[in-house]
Design a binder for this molecule. Structure first.
Ligand code: HPA
Length: 250
């Protein structure tokens, strides 16, 4: 019998593998909802066992609106994961969400459309209206923030994640509206992942990596993709240490 999985990570843009995993197994899981974005890699970091899935596929071929969020969550749950951290690249709206910053949001506004956002969306499935007042699991959020604090990584605790449809970036007017709505960060993959995790009773938190100022928030007229990737690389470099500190504290 395999040992339990301590943590599952869903890597977003810029995070396609978890470095230095030992004793790796790859699981190509077929689910009732179709195929996950890629094989799920299970391996060990020290005495901990983690599962890793690249949300856009390991070669980044799946755009945010085409990710099979249901298959991804179902497969992780099926393999035994009970705690999931979704790592998401985002644009910063609030002044302290500057490029390269890490943040652990505590609220979401969903602006996406036409994404299958429930496991109830299957003929004959029992309808379940999950409570989503607090979209993220407080204990997992707090553990992430405490882990970052314990190793001196700057992290913003809280904030509202606005989930947009993508794959295009937003207009300045859209971001101005999102700011008025109370959004602090903007990303394309936060939903329906969070609600599907809730439907499966998984503990779920989002670790946002700020890749750029959202449209109209910085002093640049345009958002440069090269800059996005450079910022993501810098932010992502901190993740392995952060995740190890998190695992030690769980
Ligand atoms: N908007 C939406 N998603 C993003 C952004 C952004 O500015 N940057 C990285 N992911």
């Amino acid at each position: 019998m395999n040992r339990a999985i301590d943590l599952a990570l869903i890597g977003g843009t810029g995070l396609y593998r978890f470095p230095d995993l030992q004793h790796i197994e790859r699981h190509a899981v077929d689910t009732p909802h179709g195929h996950p974005s890629d094989s799920i890699v299970i391996g060990e970091v020290g005495r901990h066992r983690i599962a890793f899935l690249a949300r856009h596929g390991e070669s980044h071929t799946i755009p945010p609106h085409r990710v099979n969020y249901r298959a991804n969550l179902w497969a992780l749950h099926h393999l035994g994961a009970r705690r999931v951290i979704g790592v998401n690249a985002v644009g910063g709206i609030r002044a302290d969400m500057e490029p390269r910053m890490l943040a652990v949001p505590d609220q979401i506004i969903d602006y996406t459309s036409d994404r299958i956002s429930s496991f109830c969306d299957v003929a004959g499935a029992q309808v379940r209206h999950v409570d989503f007042s607090e979209p993220y699991t407080a204990s997992l959020r707090q553990a992430l923030v405490a882990a970052a604090d314990s190793i001196g990584i700057a992290i913003v605790d809280g904030g509202c994640y606005g989930a947009t449809q993508g794959p295009r970036l937003e207009t300045r007017a859209e971001i101005a509206r999102m700011r008025r709505d109370g959004c602090d960060l903007v990303g394309m993959t936060g939903m329906p992942e969070a609600v599907l995790a809730r439907e499966l009773d998984l503990d779920y938190a989002c670790l946002s990596l700020v890749a750029n100022w959202a449209a109209g928030c910085g002093d640049q007229a345009e958002i440069s993709l090269a800059e996005i990737y450079a910022n993501l690389e810098a932010a992502t470099a901190q993740l392995p240490t952060l995740i190890v500190a998190l695992l030690e504290g769980l």
